[in-house]
Design a protein around this ligand. Structure first.
Ligand code: MSP
Length: 504
């Protein structure tokens, strides 16, 4: 089965912040994990470039929309690369292939009888690029941005979303895990049960967008244009090939709760209208917050992912965001917390364990894994941890998976202290016991590296090289005792050098 994984495509109105990095990291962990399990993964991310929000930022920067988009899309693309995201393609909605596909898609919706022309008179928040009713607002202000929406009156093409209530309800009834976690499923279902209004499919007062094919004075509403990226990308990601048959529908779409309604209600209805299968599952996470406010460019409380990467390294960033904030919930982040977790968990718990182990194997066994079986208690613990990590991952519980893995890290640290190989090494009668201790440590680190490979890929690879098991990182390798006897261990420097002070 194909495992098509997507992130939202990010607006290019401003540079990326840690919130954008967060979703890309989570989806990448997921893509890597599924590859570890032998699946045929296609992983997509990219940028959302049309609409008034981007057009206004471009004007403010004194650039044409396209010039401005090229610039910021470049920053998002390099963020994905710097995060070592293993995306198979990076889509931009200004790609000509996407634009043509969007036109064909809305024509299919029109041919299905779901598109009609009418006058829109109502509220619009440019920050959200969303139409609101008075009931949606808090004291007349946008619930996301706290700003006053604009009054719009324009001739639009509409999508008959109201016709899809029954089919959406049937979808939700058939698939109790269509949206995870369950609270988000309930929230989406409540939207549907609350009664669906038709929505605008086009905008007539802006120019930066994809022309409506049958009415080129209007452009397609940016959200309709953006959602279609998940389908368009497959048609041109590989020149001369159409990957739709191989990968459609997406198996997992990762996004935060801010854009739930678009993905959980409007998007499946659009797909039903145009005659496409709907995605298998939407995985919804919470917000990274700073002093309890959602991190966002408009609030100005952003953490810079590039700064964290430059100070602590990429793996520290990937580890931090998934370990510190329970995936699915909101959670506060700060440079101080990155710093603490880096020094305690990565440098102390894991990095030191690797250095000590490799040093002892070098000193006492000339750097070769001794012939021994792993200690039975450690082996049992690793088997249990491996099973729990797999279960957590199956439920997309990324933080719990890391927590379970850290139980193994702490257990190995206790094991070194209890066995004290440096004492055993002084007693010739304890040679066999020393073999067991060292083999258990090397092999245990190998298992931990495989469990962590999707989360902190570079460090995991360094650990596998350090214990002499470089090539083996498939999921079946979490079984203890697979380290070949004689495997050569080596380490060039500390995995996570200590860092004295946070960057800001
Ligand atoms: N362009 C739309 C999405 C179109 S998808 C067809 C958009 N873009 S966005 O730039 O605002 O990105 C929103 C997404 O970025 C969120 O759903 C989430 O994945 C991520 N995040 C942005 N800020 C975030 C936090 N502070 N915390 C967690 N995720 C954050 O909406």
């Amino acid at each position: 089965m194909s495992s098509y994984v997507t992130t939202p495509i990010y607006y290019v109105n401003a540079n990326p912040h840690l919130g954008h990095a967060y979703t890309t990291i989570a989806a990448d962990v997921w893509a890597r994990h599924r590859r570890q399990r032998g699946e045929d993964v296609f992983f997509l991310t990219g940028t959302d470039e049309h609409g008034s929000k981007v057009a206004r930022s471009a004007a403010a920067a004194g650039l044409s929309p396209k010039e401005f988009c090229d610039l910021i899309a470049g920053v998002f693309r390099s963020l994905a690369a710097d995060l070592h995201a293993t995306n198979d393609f990076f889509i931009r909605t200004s790609d000509p292939e996407h634009e043509v596909f969007v036109q064909r898609f809305v024509e299919r919706m029109k041919a299905a009888g779901d598109v009609y022309e009418a006058l829109y008179a109502g509220l619009y928040c440019t920050g959200c690029e969303a139409f609101y009713t008075e009931d949606d607002l808090n004291d007349g202000l946008c619930p996301q941005h706290g700003t006053r929406p604009e009054w719009l009156e324009e001739r639009n093409w509409f999508f008959r979303l109201s016709a899809y209530g029954e089919r959406l309800r049937a979808l939700y009834a058939e698939r109790p895990d269509y949206v995870l976690p369950r609270t988000r499923y309930n929230e989406a279902l409540a939207f549907i049960d609350g009664g669906l209004q038709d929505i605008s499919l086009s905008r007539s007062s802006i120019e930066w967008g994809v022309p409506v094919p049958w009415d080129p004075d209007q452009v397609i509403y940016v959200w309709i244009d953006a959602l279609i990226n998940y389908a368009s990308a497959l048609t041109y990601a590989r020149p001369g090939e159409d990957l739709t048959a191989q990968h459609w529908p997406p198996r997992w779409q990762v996004l935060a709760k801010d854009i739930l309604k678009f993905h959980a209600v409007i998007w499946p209805a659009m797909l039903m209208s145009a005659g496409y299968a709907v995605p298998e599952q939407l995985l919804i996470h919470g917000y990274l917050t700073v002093r309890d406010a959602k991190m966002s460019k408009s609030v100005g409380n952003v953490l810079d992912p590039f700064l964290v990467i430059n100070t602590y390294g990429l793996d520290a960033l990937r580890f931090y965001v998934l370990k510190d904030v329970r995936f699915g919930s909101d959670g506060d982040v700060s440079y101080e917390r990155v710093h603490d977790r880096y020094n305690h968990e990565l440098a102390n718990d894991l990095g030191n364990l690797v250095s000590r182990t490799v040093a002892m194997v070098g000193r006492y066994r000339s750097g070769a894994a001794p012939a021994a079986a792993p200690d039975a208690a450690v082996r049992d613990l690793l088997v249990a941890v491996g099973a729990r990590v797999a279960d957590h991952l199956d439920r997309f519980e990324l933080t719990e998976a890391l927590e379970a893995t850290w139980e193994a890290v702490r257990a190995l640290n206790r094991f070194v202290e209890e066995r004290a190989p440096w004492k055993l090494a002084k007693d010739p009668a304890a040679a066999a016991e020393l073999d067991v201790a060292l083999y258990t440590l090397l092999d245990g680190l190998r298992v931990i590296a495989v469990l962590l490979a999707a989360f902190i890929p570079d460090a995991a690879r360094s650990i596998l090289i350090a214990v002499g098991a470089e090539t083996a990182s498939g999921w079946e390798e979490i079984a203890p005792g697979r380290l070949p006897v004689g495997a050569a261990s080596r380490l060039d420097g500390p995995l996570f050098p200590r860092i004295d002070a946070p960057p800001a």
